[in-house]
Design a protein around this ligand. Sequence first.
Ligand SMILES: C[S@@+](CC[C@H](N)C(=O)[O-])C[C@H]1O[C@@H](n2cnc3c(N)ncnc32)[C@H](O)[C@@H]1O
Length: 264
Amino acid sequence: MIDGVPDYDYVAHTATLRGVVRQRLVTRALREHLPAAPARIVDVGGGTGVQALALARLGYDVTICEPDERMVDEATRAFATAPKEIRDRIRLVQCGAFEVADRVGTGFDATLCHGVIMFVPETEALLRALVRLTRPGGTISIVGKNGPGLALRAGLQGRWRDVLTQLAENGDGAGNGALPPEPVVLGPAPANSADDPSLIRSVLVAEGAEPLAWYGIRTFTDHLADEPPTADLDDIVQAEWVAGTLDPYRQVARLVHLVHRRQP
Ligand SMILES: C[S@@+](CC[C@H](N)C(=O)[O-])C[C@H]1O[C@@H](n2cnc3c(N)ncnc32)[C@H](O)[C@@H]1O
């Protein structure tokens, strides 16, 4: 992987069933937690602009910051097809996460950072930067990999060597049947700390951003590779939504969506 750029075709992925399910679940969760529109939102690493467009359609003023030229081009194309009153609520700035404050300021009502944390080696610095972008009382929304559950996709696809490698990365002996310590603070640590939802949560809390909610994304559909959306998409999204709010289903979802609020 080149630094910071997904090693798969993210633009094509966005149109697959998995891509559509993910984006629809994220928008739905955001609607539960964002302040009422109009409010100022910054989307850090906003990619092709799917959330920026969805939120601008809901009446929000969205600043999308994205370093990658191809993503910026795709987002520009997508915004150009939207009606003028929606386009006028979106500002697109080409920059990386650590330049956002200098380029567009701080004090946002909500800061989004979805599917980016796994590409940024400085996990904790990124999280601190996201909190600083957000006004006191504002919302912070992060989507990352669910490290403790990553073997599930390979298992459902029958890739058993990959399953064993992945399980080993979750920590030898972690699954010896022992009861978990009470309270559970950190689960078995994945190899990449950016994939550890407990770490993300604890850094945000230490920075003064309390947890509001967390959701699982793609419990049932993550193994479906690049299949296109099907006619029963609405039912799929509803099933994924309900599972994503419920234990134990959300614990094995591919992605986690963490929503925090910066303390007033
Ligand atoms: C998997 S895509 C997610 C895009 C979008 N947030 C979404 O959920 O559809 C990952 C994005 O992170 C961006 N990215 C990678 N490194 C970054 C950095 N240091 N700062 C900001 N964005 C970054 C990539 O350019 C890419 O657009």
